[in-house]
Design a protein around this ligand. Structure first.
Ligand SMILES: *Cc1c(COP(=O)(O)O)cnc(C)c1O
Length: 369
């Protein structure tokens, strides 16, 4: 009997770097500064370097990273923000926190990220003033940033990239997160770069935007006890920053491991029964998920579960069909079909090539039954 295969395994991510992580935690405990201290500052610098320079502001989680980036980019209550509906509720939640209205557009049928043509149509006939576009680099596959940035600029809208699933992905050789006006990252434990708790960050190359986020994340303070603007508390703590510094050192190697696993799945399942994930010609994904599609998704998921293979469904219900964000007049057939058919196979760094072979064989066996 092989051991159960999990869809995500944050504990394995800890154990793989146990000694380094424990040393980092001990360092913080001994230092005595626990909020916005030297570890956060060092992590912000290192994560900015990872992008080839810029500004990083650590915040409490990915949702607030998006929210603060939108606010700092000038989005205000009543504005429209164009995004996609096959994403975490967090994407829409952040837009609503600002008081703006999410406008959901269709995705590309092959890569399942925002369709530039759909964005263009939405910008040509907007339901209100569109001040920002939030492409989501879903499953680690970056959206078509050159086209999206061009369209948004032409309409005077800012671009805030949702990078929660795309730490290290590239488009045309440039990192996801460096294309737009700002990017929001989540360090939720299951992400490619995951903390041991909540965490998030805003990346930007715009010093003015960075300064706004810096104020917004802590009561509007530039100077202690002087609130220049209505801010809030959204801080990254020292323990998480210290852990993230360790994890960041291994991110490229772990993304490479994910790529090897994905390549193996693609080869094994090439002639199989599933629609396999497509990669855009100029994109280098980081395989946060390996998302296959089949109209018999639920049956396949049940079959794999009965063989101790855990799979995720990201996301079973599109946001325009969820009570909080319901937009019943909107028809997004490509998105809705993706939500009905998608199944995410295990692809995290604790998965072995043997595991991939087992999953592949089980899928082929299921298709013959
Ligand atoms: C995880 C995630 C978020 C939100 O991150 P939290 O840290 O959980 O708030 C936002 N967008 C996407 C696409 C995500 O996957």
């Amino acid at each position: 009997m092989s051991k159960p295969l999990l869809t995500a395994d944050p504990k394995a991510g800890y154990l793989a770097h146990r000694a380094e992580i424990r040393a980092a935690i001990d360092r913080v405990l001994a230092d005595g500064r626990y909020i916005l201290g030297p570890e956060v500052t060092a992590f912000e610098q290192e994560f900015a370097d990872f992008h080839g320079g810029g500004h990083v502001l650590g915040v409490a989680n990915g949702t607030e990273a998006l929210e603060l980036a939108l606010r700092a980019a000038g989005v205000v209550a009543g504005d429209c923000v164009v995004t996609v509906a096959n994403t975490a509720s967090a994407t829409a939640a952040a837009i609503q926190q600002v008081g703006a209205r999410p406008v959901f557009v269709e995705i590309e049928a092959d890569t399942m990220v925002m369709s530039p043509a759909a964005l263009e149509a939405a910008l040509a006939a907007p339901p209100g003033r569109v001040t920002a576009v939030v492409p989501v680099h879903l499953y680690g596959h970056p959206a078509a940033m050159p086209a999206i940035v061009e369209l948004a600029r032409r309409h005077g809208a800012k671009v805030i990239e949702d990078c929660a699933q795309a730490h290290g992905a590239t488009v045309a050789g440039h990192k996801a997160g460096t294309w737009g006006d700002a990017a929001a990252y989540s360090f939720y434990p299951t992400k490619n770069l995951g903390a041991l708790g909540d965490g998030g960050a805003v990346f930007t190359r715009d010093p003015g935007l960075a300064e706004q986020v810096r104020l917004l994340r802590q009561y509007g303070w530039r100077q202690r006890y002087v609130s220049e603007l209505p801010g809030r508390n959204s801080r990254l703590d020292e323990l998480q920053a210290a852990v993230l510094r360790v994890k960041l050192r291994h991110l490229d190697a772990e993304n490479a491991a994910r790529r090897r696993l994905a390549a193996r799945y693609l080869k094994l399942l090439a002639d199989g029964p599933l629609r396999l994930p497509a990669t855009a010609a100029d994109a280098e994904p980081v395989w946060h998920q390996f998302a296959v599609r089949t109209p018999r998704r639920d049956a396949l998921q049940a079959h794999l579960a009965s063989h101790d293979i855990g799979c995720g469904v990201l996301y079973p219900v599109a946001l325009h069909h969820q009570p909080a964000y319901a937009d019943p007049a909107r028809h997004l057939p490509v998105t809705e079909r993706a939500c009905a058919e998608v199944l995410c196979l295990p692809v995290h760094p604790a998965v072995t090539t043997g595991d991939v072979d087992r999953v592949g064989e089980e899928i082929l066996r299921w298709s013959r039954s």
